[in-house]
Write a protein that binds this ligand. Structure first.
Ligand code: F6P
Length: 320
C-alpha cells in the first residue's frame, strides 16, 4: 500500500478534524502518501482531490466542522456513480480509503469496496451516537456539551420568568442526545422516539411540581420524538402556564471539539491507518466497553444500537 485517500461524509461532527489530522499524520509517518477528497463522495465522483502533507492538518485540532468539507451525495448511491468513483480511485492510484462519517456513508463505503476492490475503513462520526457496533461516535460529546450549556442558560430565563420551556435537541430517529442532556440538565421531562409518551401525563407531572411550589420547568424533546413548538402549544393550553419553545438545531453540530472528541478522533484516526496497513478492509474503528477495537462495517446496520433507558428512569426520580 502506497497511497490512501480520506474523506468526510454526511452530517459534520466535531471531532472530524482531529480524526483527519490523526489519519494524515499516522499515514505519512508510516511512509504512505495521503490524498484528501473534498466534499465527501460527491468530491470523489468529481475528482476533487488534494495531496495532504503533515502541515495540511496543522491548526485544526481545535476546529469544529471538517476542513475537507462534507456532502450527502445521491449520485454516489447509483450503480453509475459507484463505477465512476471506482474509476477515480484507480486512476489516482489510491489503494486504501478511510471514510469518516455515519452509517449511510459506511453502506456506501461497503458497496464501493465491492465494486472497486479498494480496501475501506470507517471512522464513526455523528452527533447522534446512533451507529451500531460502537458505543461512541465523534461529535457526540461536543453536542452534549453545547446542548447542556444551552439548557443551563435557558433555565435562567425559565426561573426568572417562572415559565415552562420546551427545548428540542437533534436526533432525527434516536434519542441518545436527549436522554443524556435531559439527565445532565435536570430536565423535568424527556421525550425520545424510542419510548412512547403521553403529553397529558407529562403535564400532570408538571402540575404536581407546580402544586409543590415549582415555578419553572424544562422539557427536553428529541427532534424525532416531537417538535418543541407542538409540545409547547399543548402544554400551554393544558396547564394554562406560559410556555416557550427553543430549537437548538445546528448549534449542536458546531463548536470546538471537547477533549473527549479530540482524544477519540486521534485514537480512531490512528487505528484506521493501522488497520489498512495490516491489510484489513470493510472494518470500522469502534469503542466498546472502554476499549478501542475494530468491528466489521456491516455491524453498523446489522446491530442497531440499544438505548439505555435507565437514564430516563433515573431522571424521572431525580427531576421529580
Ligand atoms: O445525523 C446528524 C444530524 O445532525 C441529525 O441529528 C439531524 O437530524 C440531521 O443530521 C440533520 O441533517 P442535515 O444536515 O442534512 O439537515
Amino acid at each position: 500500500m502506497k497511497r490512501i485517500g480520506v474523506l468526510t461524509s454526511g452530517g459534520d461532527a466535531s471531532g472530524m478534524n482531529p480524526a483527519l489530522r490523526a489519519v494524515v499524520r499516522t499515514a505519512i509517518v508510516n511512509g504512505l502518501e495521503v490524498i484528501g477528497i473534498e466534499r465527501g463522495y460527491e468530491g470523489l465522483l468529481n475528482g476533487w482531490l488534494r495531496p495532504m502533507e503533515l502541515s495540511s492538518v496543522g491548526g485544526i485540532i481545535n476546529r469544529g466542522g471538517t476542513i475537507l468539507r462534507t456532502a450527502r451525495s445521491e449520485r454516489f448511491k447509483t450503480e453509475e456513480g459507484l463505477q465512476q468513483a471506482s474509476r477515480i480511485l484507480h486512476d489516482n492510484h489510491i489503494d486504501g480509503l478511510i471514510v469518516i462519517g455515519g452509517d449511510g456513508s459506511f453502506r456506501g463505503a461497503h458497496r464501493l469496496q465491492e465494486v472497486s476492490g479498494v480496501p475501506v475503513i470507517g471512522i464513526p462520526a455523528t452527533i447522534d451516537n446512533d451507529i451500531g457496533g460502537t458505543e461512541y461516535t465523534l461529535g457526540y460529546d461536543t453536542a452534549l456539551q453545547v446542548a447542556m450549556d444551552a439548557i443551563d442558560k435557558i433555565r435562567d430565563t425559565a426561573d426568572s420568568f417562572e415559565r415552562i420551556f420546551v427545548i428540542e435537541v437533534m436526533g432525527r430517529s434516536r434519542g441518545f442526545i436527549a436522554a443524556a442532556v435531559g439527565l445532565a440538565g435536570g430536565a423535568e421531562a424527556v421525550l425520545i422516539p424510542e419510548v412512547p409518551f403521553d403529553l397529558v401525563q407529562v403535564c400532570e407531572k408538571l402540575k404536581k411540581g407546580i402544586a409543590r411550589g415549582k415555578r419553572s420547568a424544562i422539557i427536553v424533546t428529541a427532534e424525532g420524538a416531537a417538535s418543541a413548538h407542538d409540545v409547547a402549544t399543548f402544554v400551554e393550553m393544558y396547564l394554562r402556564e406560559e410556555t416557550r419553545a427553543t430549537v437548538l438545531g445546528y448549534t449542536q453540530r458546531g463548536g470546538s471539539p471537547t477533549a473527549t472528541d479530540r482524544i477519540m478522533g486521534a485514537r480512531f484516526g490512528a487505528l484506521a491507518v493501522e488497520l489498512l496497513l495490516r491489510g484489513q478492509s470493510r472494518m470500522m474503528t469502534a469503542w466498546q466497553r472502554g476499549e478501542l477495537v475494530s468491528v466489521p462495517l456491516s455491524a453498523t446496520w446489522e446491530q442497531p444500537r440499544e438505548l439505555d433507558t435507565s437514564l430516563l428512569k433515573l431522571n424521572e426520580v431525580l427531576a421529580s
